[in-house]
Design a protein around this ligand. Structure first.
Ligand SMILES: Nc1ncnc2c1ncn2[C@@H]1O[C@H](COP(=O)(O)OP(=O)(O)O)[C@@H](O)[C@H]1O
Ligand SMILES: [Mg+2]
Length: 270
């Protein structure tokens, strides 16, 4: 049967996605085949369910290899997932499954609605530090002048000296790149911000500045899904903690309860 426009019928709306969620991951699976070793298959994600609402900061915890980075990369579509759904509610109110969007649609969403900050910035070649940060603002709807001002303010806040603003980001140190990355990720805050150990390379003063910036995202309604190596950062920032173990959700709850549970597989770095 065809509709009058001869387009495919819209997919059935998922019944189990809460009306208020920005991100709803359902039965998500991802495996890796280790061709270079012996063809062994690693189940990195084994049926993960997870919701994140606007203004909520959900921190993923669990030991190394639990699947935290893989989950963030599947949501950002750096990795194609192997099953399940990744429902994202756009600013226009449409529910889309990130797992099945085209590459072009993903590129659009990344610019406008998703931010992703990892330990490493892959700086675009031949672009200045200021340009990288202000372009992120423009992509999320700011006027060019306003984006430059906001980029300057964000760079000051994460203590990137003005003499570095015209330089190519490729020449920066690891910690400086990480701070440029967080400035770009938080300027004109996106609907969903994915953070994978965003303060791992920073000294204490810069770490504090970046954590302050992340803490203020709550007021803007940004939904945050994060991984932090240190539990103090989780305790301070997260509204909820989801513990992964071997690619499954093994516990979820408030930071104060989860982080003090001696039976959970957490990596302790206090
Ligand atoms: N690109 C990859 N190729 C092969 N295996 C991978 C890849 N990325 C992750 N894995 C494997 O998936 C599992 C989960 O890894 P990861 O998501 O990085 O864990 P975490 O971030 O919690 O430390 C691990 O067994 C890891 O070795
Ligand atoms: Mg990781």
């Amino acid at each position: 049967m065809t509709s009058p426009q001869h387009t495919a019928p819209p997919p059935a709306p998922p019944a189990d996605v809460p009306a208020g969620s920005v991100l709803s991951v359902r039965a998500l699976r991802k495996d890796f085949t280790l061709h270079t070793i012996d063809g062994r298959v690693v189940d990195a994600l084994n049926g993960v369910d997870l919701d994140v609402a606007p203004g909520e900061h959900v921190a993923l915890a669990g030991t190394s290899g639990a699947g935290k980075s893989t989950l963030l990369r599947c949501v950002y579509r750096t990795y194609l997932s192997g099953g399940g759904a990744i429902w994202f509610r756009t600013s226009g109110g449409h529910l889309v499954d990130v797992a099945t969007l085209s590459d072009a649609e993903i590129v659009g969403l990344r610019g406008r609605e998703f931010g992703y900050v990892s330990q490493f910035l892959r700086p675009q070649p031949r672009r200045s530090v200021l340009d990288i940060v202000s372009s992120a603002g423009v992509a999320r709807g700011m006027a060019r002048e306003a984006a430059r001002d906001a980029a300057a303010a964000a760079l000051r806040q994460v203590d990137i000296a003005e003499r570095l603003w015209d330089m190519h980001a490729t020449v920066l140190s690891g910690g400086q790149k990480q701070r440029v990355n967080i400035a770009a990720g938080t300027i004109a805050p996106p609907r969903l911000l994915l953070l994978d150990e965003p303060v791992s390379a920073l000294d204490p003063a810069n770490r504090a500045a970046v954590l302050d910036l992340i803490a203020r995202l709550e007021e803007t309604g940004t939904a945050v899904l994060s991984v932090f190596h240190d539990l103090d950062a989780i305790e301070r920032l997260a509204t909820r903690v989801v513990v992964l173990g071997r690619g499954r959700v093994v516990a979820t709850g408030r930071p104060g309860d989860i982080l003090r549970d001696p039976n959970l597989p957490l990596e302790v770095a206090r």
